[in-house]
Ligand binder design. Structure first.
Ligand code: DAT
Ligand code: MG
Length: 140
């Protein structure tokens, strides 16, 4: 078991639904420590940079329009196997296919507007955490 850090985003649809607090509480109840937190609004260019791995996917333009459509909440969570365990708590990409009790099942709208993002690997976390947070903003 390894202590890891992972980036989670509460996407514009969930912020519009006013459920940021419920999502944070759900992750905290699983024992993870919140080490970074901020609310911000991405520009289209910033959303394209964040999701650069998807640049050749057919949904890239729709995804980056959505992610720059309103405020988001960015968080860094720390804990044992945080990367894979938080992906489990999030649920499947398509909220209709997500397991009961997962964040996307509870708060997602559709496959594009699915409430949250979570880093999918150590390599992703290493790109995504510094994208939003400086070292000074990550507090044990
Ligand atoms: P995940 O967010 O579960 O890691 P992903 O990396 O495959 O999923 O895709 C990134 C985001 O892109 C996803 O959260 C929502 C959007 N997306 C994925 N597949 C899509 C599709 N078929 N149509 C529209 N948006 C999609
Ligand atoms: Mg992904």
């Amino acid at each position: 078991m390894a202590v890891e850090r992972t980036l989670m985003l509460i996407k514009p649809d969930a912020v519009r639904k006013n459920v940021e607090g419920e999502i944070i509480a759900l992750v905290q109840k699983q024992g993870f420590k919140l080490v970074g937190l901020k609310k911000l609004k991405l520009t289209k260019e910033q959303a394209k940079q964040f999701y650069i791995v998807h640049k050749d996917r057919p949904f890239y333009d729709e995804l980056t329009d959505f992610m720059s459509s309103g405020p988001i909440v960015a968080m860094v969570w720390e804990g044992e196997n945080a990367i894979s365990r938080i992906r489990e708590i999030m649920g499947a990409t398509n909220p209709e296919e997500a397991a009961e009790g997962t964040i996307r099942k509870l708060y997602g709208t559709n496959i594009g507007e699915n409430a949250v993002h979570g880093s999918d690997s150590k390599e992703s976390a290493d790109y995504e955490i510094p994208f939003f947070f400086s070292r000074l903003e990550l507090v044990e």
